[in-house]
Ligand binder design. Structure first.
Ligand code: ATP
Ligand code: MG
Ligand code: FE
Length: 333
């Protein structure tokens, strides 16, 4: 089974061809990061315009690299939400046009399901499993008892992890997106600055990062008032330790409580080296639980993950019709 995946929910225009929902045949990503950098974040209008310019080229390139024609495809899968509505619409309309023109089934995919299914491009999923989704807009612990069966057991009550990374990076004068820069600095510094950890109520798997973010901003502000210098490497290391500590502790606890067979890491922040290594270390406590961490290129937004999730939906007989619309707040069900 060959599925073309299309992803335009944020600031990467992406298309990929995936075989049997697990083998990447082609995976093309056109990033708009450079265009948004000087604004310090993604500008929705600019994102939509870039998607319109890039979408045809990116899809043609994915098909060319895969060496397949539309008659070889079994379905077209596309991110239908959540994300920026104007950005999503470009991918959704392209997918509808292709599905209609070539008589192919259309499958709408939830972006976060896509991030989770990036793991199926690494290894077979074994249920029940727990996915830690950490991205620019989401921080969630999701329990899955089978394909497409998602139960959110914890989520952020304020900022997403990636959002906190980007805001702290901005305060440290680092370019957008700041996550990778903090990650790099963190490895050059020591976590000597005392920062809070939001554990929330006993037994809760929810997260909160706004208090940590404020603590970083206040510490920087107060130091400036006193004319003192804060070493950005120490701040990056301290911030990263606080984020990673909470993410890893709650994930391991939930993996124990829910007796899962696998723990999957997903989303852009899964590219974080501190998180990857801390999770690897702490999961040694649960030798019977397999930890899966996708390669960096499959953690950030891409279309191979959308094709992977779309293939499973296709096998389950799920179809979208040509009335499929972009839904910026699509629920994960
Ligand atoms: P969502 O998936 O929730 O809709 P998104 O698609 O914008 O949001 P992703 O592209 O999955 O998010 O991830 C982008 C986020 O990942 C950014 O906030 C970025 O700073 C962060 N990120 C990327 N690499 C790293 C890293 N090495 N360490 C920490 N954060 C990182
Ligand atoms: Mg992005
Ligand atoms: Fe994403």
């Amino acid at each position: 089974v060959y599925v073309l995946g299309i992803e335009t929910s944020c600031d990467e225009t992406a298309a990929a061809v995936v075989k049997n929902g697990k083998d990447i045949v082609s995976n093309v990503v056109a990033s708009q990061m450079e265009s948004h950098r000087r604004f310090g974040g993604v500008v929705p209008e600019i994102a939509s315009r870039h998607h319109v310019e890039q979408i045809t080229i990116v899809i043609e390139e994915a098909m060319r690299q895969a060496g397949v024609s539309f008659s070889d495809l079994d379905a077209v899968a596309v991110t239908a939400g959540p994300g920026l509505v104007g950005a999503l619409l470009v991918g959704v309309n392209a997918a509808k046009a292709l599905a209609f023109a070539h008589g192919l089934p259309l499958v709408g995919v939830h972006h976060i399901a896509g991030h989770i299914y990036a793991n199926r491009l690494v290894t077979e999923m074994k249920f029940p499993l727990l996915a830690l989704v950490v991205s620019g807009g989401h921080t969630e612990l999701i329990y899955m008892e089978g394909h497409g069966k998602f139960t959110v057991i914890g989520e952020t009550r304020d900022d997403a992890a990636g959002e906190a990374y980007d805001k702290v990076a901005r305060a440290l004068g680092l370019p957008y997106p700041g996550g990778p820069h903090i990650d790099r600095l963190a490895h050059e510094g020591e976590p000597v600055i005392d920062l809070p950890r939001a554990w929330l109520e006993e037994g809760s798997y929810d997260f909160s990062f706004s208090g940590l973010k404020s603590a970083v901003l206040n510490t920087l502000h107060n130091a400036k008032q006193r004319g003192e210098e804060i070493d950005p490497k120490q701040m990056a290391a301290s911030f990263q330790e606080s984020v990673v500590d909470v993410l890893v502790t709650k994930t391991v606890q939930a993996a124990k409580q829910y007796r899962v067979r696998q723990v999957l890491l997903a989303g852009g922040v899964a590219a974080n080296r501190g998180l990857r290594s801390a999770l690897q270390d702490n999961m040694k406590e649960l030798p019977n639980v397999e930890l899966v961490i996708p390669p960096l290129s499959l953690c950030t937004d891409n279309a191979a993950m959308i094709a992977a999730a779309g293939t499973v939906l296709y096998w389950q007989g799920k179809r979208s019709d040509l009335a499929l619309n972009a839904n910026p707040s699509l629920p994960l069900i």
